[in-house]
Design a protein around this ligand. Structure first.
Ligand SMILES: C[S@@+](CC[C@H](N)C(=O)[O-])C[C@H]1O[C@@H](n2cnc3c(N)ncnc32)[C@H](O)[C@@H]1O
Length: 459
């Protein structure tokens, strides 16, 4: 093990980002590059009472949650979690919590700011258990790494309120000092790719830079009575000496949105190959959806991204910078409106049981993902290649079920094709989500794939 917590990476200097993570050896697809426990987390509001505040196990089955008798606002899956969190920070927070969350200053915060306020309270209580603002964390501890992270000071910022209010001005300064590290280092924790908490993972923050065409992705594992753990997985084969990057945001967001968010939240301008490519042109609006021009654009995109026999392929392209050879007449696909409109039409058509229409929109969406995302990309806020393939498999399966009673000429061939397509999408989804592996709560997309596969086989 190196000081970075993994023998697969080392830190190397970076010209503008201070450091970067570099592979010490070649890493095959799916390699677990780093696994780190959270220093601190805070559940999103709608998850309170549904998960253990300490280990994040979801209530249900044999997991029953106990409510903290003091504040009645923290829930635990057992005495061990309650004890650990009491020791870590809750003993300082419990008494003041109810008053804190009903205060005007807290009530006036946005939902995101409220989570940050709670997360900051946890961190401050844990970093300064005796309110001694001069105490320094020991070397090589998660707190010493946290204090070593670069601070990002946005032009206008307000330190969120803290529970309990800092005992002295020096402690209030330390709260601000901790908060200035949030923008850069506040991870959204997810289960099955759905966000449910915010978390601080100092070692991961110290290690990985961002790229819009990352070669690694982040997932989270939940284990009883342990802090949630972040795992960084290789999306494709990484060469020795190559920088390992993760996405700080969804690479399928429009270029201007990515640029502004990276500048505002992290204070840097991304010069990854996708941003460099996007910067060279201003995409024109695409033709209106439903027009024959738009259909032509869709077909040309599918051919470019998925090949001429794009109907359904068993393997997706594995190149990372395919977009560089894109013909300029396809550039309207980079317009802000193209992906949101397309994915809205896909969802609406599937919801309205217009399955053939949905499959057509969905295939164009898959082609777009194949261009934008690196190989095996599982998840995003907006969308996801792996998850989208699972949706496509379900849509083809639905279309196949609906076609069951159809006796018209050609219906049998259509049914056979839909079943084949459902299998192909499922195989692709299983490949991509299998590389990413299980995350978060029990069950999830990998189990869904198994169930669907069973029904397709017996059907
Ligand atoms: C989570 S830290 C990453 C670790 C950082 N390189 C270090 O040495 O502490 C995030 C900060 O790293 C820098 N950074 C990350 N990705 C970058 C990139 N692609 N280009 C330039 N700077 C980047 C920015 O300063 C950002 O605020």
């Amino acid at each position: 093990m190196s000081p970075n917590g993994s023998n697969k990476i080392r830190l190397a200097p970076h010209p503008t980002a201070r450091g970067k993570a570099v592979a010490t050896t070649s890493l095959s697809v799916g390699t677990l590059i780093l696994s780190v426990p959270a220093l601190s987390t805070a559940l999103q509001h709608h998850e309170k009472g549904r998960r253990c505040d300490a280990c994040h196990r979801a209530a249900g089955g044999s997991v029953k949650l106990l409510r903290c008798a003091g504040c009645a606002a923290y829930w635990y899956c057992g005495k061990l979690c309650q004890k650990k969190q009491w020791k870590a920070h809750h003993k300082k927070i419990c008494k003041s919590y109810r008053e804190f969350v009903s205060s005007l200053v807290y009530q006036n915060l946005s939902p995101e700011e409220r989570i940050d306020a709670v997360l900051l309270s946890h961190l401050l209580a844990e970093a300064y258990p005796d309110d001694d603002s001069s105490s320094r964390p020991e070397d090589d501890t998660p707190f010493s790494i946290l204090f070593d992270l670069q601070k990002h000071t946005p032009p206008e910022f307000h330190t969120p309120p803290v529970c309990p209010p800092p005992a002295n001005p020096a402690l209030a300064d330390q709260a601000t000092d901790l908060y200035l590290r949030f923008g850069n280092n506040n991870f959204i924790v997810h289960s099955h790719l759905n966000s449910y908490a915010h978390g601080i993972f100092p070692l991961a923050s110290r290690t990985f830079n961002h790229s819009c065409i990352p070669n690694a992705a982040v997932k989270y594992t939940i284990r009883p009575s342990e802090p949630v753990s972040m795992q960084v997985i290789a999306l494709y084969a990484i060469q020795e000496g190559e920088e390992i990057t993760i996405p700080y945001l969804d690479p399928a967001l429009p270029y201007a949105t990515r640029r502004e968010a990276l500048q505002a939240n992290y204070g840097f301008v991304c010069i990854c190959p996708l941003c460099t490519f996007n910067e060279t042109f201003h995409p024109e609006s695409p033709p209106a959806r439903g027009s024959s021009e738009c259909e032509k654009l869709d077909i040309a995109l599918r051919q470019f991204a998925l090949g001429s026999e794009y109907e359904v392929k068993v393997r997706l392209p594995t190149y990372t910078e395919h977009f560089k050879s894109m013909p300029p007449d396809l550039y309207p696909i980079w317009h802000d409106s193209f992906l949101p409109t397309l994915s809205e039409r896909f969802s609406r058509a599937a919801h309205d049981h217009q399955f053939h229409e949905a499959l057509s929109f969905g295939l164009t969406q898959l082609a777009l993902y194949a261009v934008v995302y690196p190989p095996n990309y599982p998840q995003t806020d907006l969308s996801a290649e792996g998850m989208h393939l699972l949706e496509m498999a379900k849509t083809a399966w639905d279309a196949w079920i609906v076609a069951e009673g159809d006796n018209a000429a050609g219906a049998e061939q259509l049914r056979a094709k839909l079943r084949r397509d459902a299998f192909s999408y499922l195989t692709l989804a299983s490949q991509i989500l299998g590389i990413y592996g299980h995350e978060g709560d029990d069950d999830g997309p990998l189990q869904e794939i198994q169930v669907l596969e069973h029904f397709l086989r017996v059907g």
